[in-house]
Ligand binder design. Sequence first.
Ligand code: ARG
Length: 458
Amino acid sequence: MALWGGRFSTGPDQAFKQFNDSLPFDYQLVEQDIVGSIAWAGALEQVAVLTREECKQLVDALHSLLDESQANGVEIASSGYEDIHSYVEAKLIEKVGDLGKKLHTGRSRNDQVATDFRLWSRQTAQQIVVALKSLQGALVQLAEREFETILPGYTHLQRAQPVLFSHWCMAYVEMLTRDVSRLNGAIERLNECPLGSGALAGTAYPVDRERLAEQLGFDRATRNSLDAVSDRDFVVELLSCASISMMHLSRLAEDMIFYNSGESGFIELADNVTSGSSLMPQKKNPDALELIRGKTGRVFGAFSAMMMTLKALPLAYNKDMQEDKEGLFDALPTWIACIHMAESCIKGVKVNAERTLKAAQGGHANATELADYLVAKGVPFREGHHIVGQLVQIAIEQGKNLEELALDELKLVCPKIDSDVYPRLEIAACIAARQALGGTSLPQVREAINTFKQSIAD
Ligand code: ARG
């Protein structure tokens, strides 16, 4: 049943077998293992290890195994074989007899697993690119829906300056654009074919590795057999892409949890992404967002686990590397699930524009505006900053906003202030002043939305 055993007089004990077997998780590579095997059969025909007829028989059997294996994961996982490569070979031999024993000629599980895992990674990463773009689409839609809604912008979680709600949406679109770009870079680098590298030294059969690579949809064949079987950079890179993007999603989640709180009341999450309390009937909890925030931790964990596993590993293949799979098998689906969930939250959100406006009007968020007004009146900014600070203190004492102070009160602190200050302190003026590239004025945010839409149209 095992792929080895000739040099052993006793078999592995049960505990070791359980410890060593990877089939309980690498069954997920069944499709990739079969597809890689089909390509390898072709390579063996090309170097005359297999006749055309033998190759055809193997390929046919592999195709039918592929059909049988789809949606059969649980059964495969518990079938007792050592790993997915052993499983596929055993099933092939059941189908075509001794001919099945020829397929492993010139191939090792080391180049095989590296190939299978890259195929899986490429496919999954491509699905994530699609999911990220779809989340961006939902954010842009929300930006258009709430284009003119005013939101308090925060630093240190203190109301700082008003911004457009749409500007907040587009901030996350920017982050996701970088996530997509990072992921595309990782896909480009991982898209090399290790098959034909053998166990570590290269294969002893003169197979056309570039053709093999092309058949499996890779851009090129790997250049060094030692590196090809030892390299798990692609796993690290994908986990790093996942971690950075999850960090973004966790910030989105945290912003929305805060906006959704009773204290802010800026947004209301839809019923379909919230849940109730078993005790307190009034509760509607932002569980979806909290889970996105929470799951970020396990994705970071998978990333650091992989770094530690690979640290100081000698060349070439070591069984430590079998530990590469569970982290990625968990992290990438977790990432996709979080992207989808974030999209649902964004799509169903209701924004309470009155509350956001009211909050933006409070907290003296127009103080910078007043300092800029003083600059226009010839007061050096640092001095103006100090004057406004004094005015804020007076306003706080009186429980007022800056624009509610009377002109003589303002003049008392700075005689250069005139009645033309009041329109400048209106929230619309604060927003409109941010005309430079990347600012929160309406034309700038419109431009950001248009640029994004143009980029997807291209
Ligand atoms: N199950 C192994 C893994 O996932 C496959 C490679 C095993 N190679 C070996 N020489 N034992 O890494």
